[in-house]
Design a protein around this ligand. Structure first.
Ligand code: FAD
Length: 378
């Protein structure tokens, strides 16, 4: 089969790896506008379950990923100077660039053709020239725009602002920190992803953002301001920018996931708020799902139908949970009058995916402290 893939991010490369590994006769080309070392972002995070899926799909890249990553089992919630740790949550982090390098090497060894610095401005000729065209071209997908009449996307620009930094302060666990000042509430999502660096995402509502005056601040002033807000947490370390800018989260959904011989995967197809797990996990799991749909049939249309039928309900469930989580952070201001233990409990159960019983199993000590603080079992 001749397969063209637009986008050399995690989704596109992982799909190429799985297909080429299963059948070396496939002729696979990945078109990527950036160079092999250009990237944005810092660390990406995976749950224990995602890692098990990656091992089952491709042991070789799984082994390299797990050699490079930092693992932890605690979620820490910081509110009013107090840190509450909740254990029993298995996660790990890896630098996005390192992940991309592992996938690039794996593609090269298998004989996938990676064409870097190759922008695809128009998909029609690529589509005509292959059996299968996979658009893994990210949140601002060209494919989704060009074929919007077929994919029928819904794009929802969310009200909160967020900015993606790194820092050399190491957060040994997924750490959710709340800081208030005269302008409003700031939340930070942080976790270490190697021996020296943590991701540090800061989020606030529009009112806080306006009052703080970020609209007229330079990048440098923005960083200085936020370093002051999170001074007790950064422990004297600075925030590291990688051309970091304030953005609004874009919630992407598509009614239709494929047409003719074209399918989308990853961020191009759907997004889920970063507070519930990274887009990278969903991108890789999409690649696995699409690959599995091809393992039962040689027919492109049957495989794409199967992919949409099986994967769509999974993603819808995920997006529903991520929506609740996102709304929690959009309304963070309303929770700030709660005690640190109450905030921690509300956060752990915010998406509906973790129940009171799950928490009791994972960390009985935390639940006992919480119940004691709120005066007995709820
Ligand atoms: C500013 C920012 C920072 C982020 N940082 C992190 C982070 O630190 N951790 C994390 O877990 N997630 C992060 N994310 C989210 C994460 O990048 C995505 O959820 C994940 O990478 C999705 O994988 P993907 O393969 O679907 O898309 P992407 O990783 O976005 O890959 C799409 C690729 O397609 C290429 N491309 C797009 N259009 C074309 C075209 N027309 N022609 C050729 N190539 C094209 C792009 O250059 C890109 O390499 C970040 C997102 C943004 C916007």
């Amino acid at each position: 089969m001749k397969i063209n893939i637009i986008g050399g991010g995690p989704a596109g490369m992982y799909f190429a790896i799985l297909m080429k590994q299963a059948d070396p006769a496939h002729e696979i080309t990945v078109y990527e506008r950036n160079g092999p070392d250009d990237t944005f972002g810092w660390g990406v995070v995976f749950s224990g379950k995602t890692l098990r899926n990656l091992r089952a799909a491709d042991e070789e890249s799984h082994a390299e990923i797990t050699r490079a990553f930092a693992a932890w089992d605690n979620v820490d919630v910081v509110h009013r100077q107090e840190k509450i740790s909740i254990h029993g949550n298995s996660f790990s982090g890896i630098a996005r660039l390192q992940l991309l390098k592992i996938l690039q090497r794996r593609c090269e060894r298998l004989g996938v053709q990676l064409l870097f610095r190759t922008e695809v401005p128009d998909l029609d000729s690529l589509k005509a020239n292959c059996d299968l065209l996979v658009a893994a071209d990210g949140v601002n997908s060209t494919a989704r725009k060009q074929y919007s009449g077929q994919f029928l996307p819904t794009l929802d620009v969310r009200p909160n602002r967020y900015i993606w930094y790194g820092t050399n302060r190491l957060f040994h666990g997924l750490t959710l920190t709340f800081r208030e000042n005269e302008t409003g509430v700031f939340a930070a999502h942080s976790y270490k992803f190697n021996q020296t660096t943590s991701t540090f995402i800061i989020e606030c509502d529009q009112e806080t953002w306006d009052r703080a005056g970020f609209a007229t601040m330079s990048d440098h002033e923005t960083r200085e301001y936020l370093e002051k807000v999170f001074a007790p947490d950064l422990d004297g370390r600075s925030l590291l920018s990688n051309n970091s800018k304030w953005i609004n989260f874009l919630l992407v959904k598509n009614d239709s996931w494929f047409f003719e011989n074209v399918a989308m995967i990853g961020d191009a197809l759907h997004t889920a708020h970063f507070s519930i797990g990274s887009g990278t996990k969903l991108a890789l799991e999409d690649a696995i799902a699409l690959f599995e749909s091809f393992s039962g049939t040689a027919s492109v249309s049957a495989a794409l139908r199967d992919f949409e039928k099986k994967r769509k309900p999974v993603i819808e469930g995920y997006q529903a949970a991520a929506f609740e989580s996102m709304r929690w952070f959009e309304n963070a201001r309303d929770y700030m009058n709660l005690s640190p233990l109450e905030v921690a409990y509300a956060l752990m159960t915010r998406s509906g995916r973790v129940s009171d019983d799950d928490l009791r199993r994972r960390d009985p000590e935390f639940i006992a402290r919480y119940e004691k603080a709120v005066g007995g079992k709820q």
